[in-house]
Design a protein around this ligand. Structure first.
Ligand code: URA
Length: 203
């Protein structure tokens, strides 16, 4: 997923957009997988066009599908707190998902759906060029790093892919179900904050 050279073949029908707006336009009407059939809106992503830090979740839920924006429901409110805990605002980071259309009943996206959608995310990452990425939960981890990876084993440790440092942590929805995960997420976000500051200061 985070290969240095773009996967050209999977972008053949997308004419390699060179801005996020062009990418968003190309995505309108996307029918690369069957999730298109049930969606109200494509949830493209939100935030700073050249964000230093990007968060990647799983896929839109009901609220996101209705509003066309990522993380605006209950998990989103918690993500807002996580972002604030790192000292950032939503406007200075970028938030996206593995799949950009809502899976029915909020089920986990399957491999076909994720494979169909990942070229969009890959291009988003190339255009935004974040230095740091936080992977929110097992789905983001498994579809970008390793299909067998367990979030409990990977969270809290940096993964380096080219020039990008990647921090897996628990998904905010997991914190809503199990508040004991709040502390580890807090610790992971402190690591990201420290690295962000180091990059900002050019150290
Ligand atoms: N959960 C996600 O993974 N993404 C969203 O956008 C909302 C909830």
């Amino acid at each position: 997923m985070f290969e240095e050279r773009p996967a050209q073949t999977s972008l053949q029908d997308m004419a390699q957009p060179t801005t996020l707006d062009a990418l968003r336009e190309n995505m309108a009407g996307c029918r690369r997988c069957t999730l298109a059939e049930g969606r109200n809106n494509i949830v493209f992503g939100d935030g700073h066009l050249r964000a230093r830090l990007m968060f990647i979740g799983e896929g839109p839920g009901r609220d996101e599908d209705l509003q066309g924006r990522p993380f605006v429901g209950a998990a989103g409110q918690l993500l807002d707190k996580i972002i604030a805990a790192g000292g950032w605002t939503r406007e200075e980071v970028y938030i996206a998902n593995i799949v950009k259309c809502r899976p029915p009943g909020n089920r986990v996206p399957n491999r076909d759906e994720a494979e169909a959608c990942l070229p969009w995310l890959r291009r988003q990452i190339q255009l935004i060029a974040p230095q740091l990425i936080v992977l929110l939960g097992a789905t983001a981890l498994q579809f970008t790093i390793d299909p067998k990876a367990r979030i409990t084993a990977y969270r809290g440790r940096w993964i380096e892919r080219g020039r990008i440092k990647i921090m897996p942590t628990f998904h905010p929805a997991a914190l809503l179900r199990d508040p004991s995960k709040k502390r580890p997420v807090w610790e992971d976000i402190q690591l990201v904050r420290d690295e962000y500051r180091r990059l900002e200061e050019g150290r």
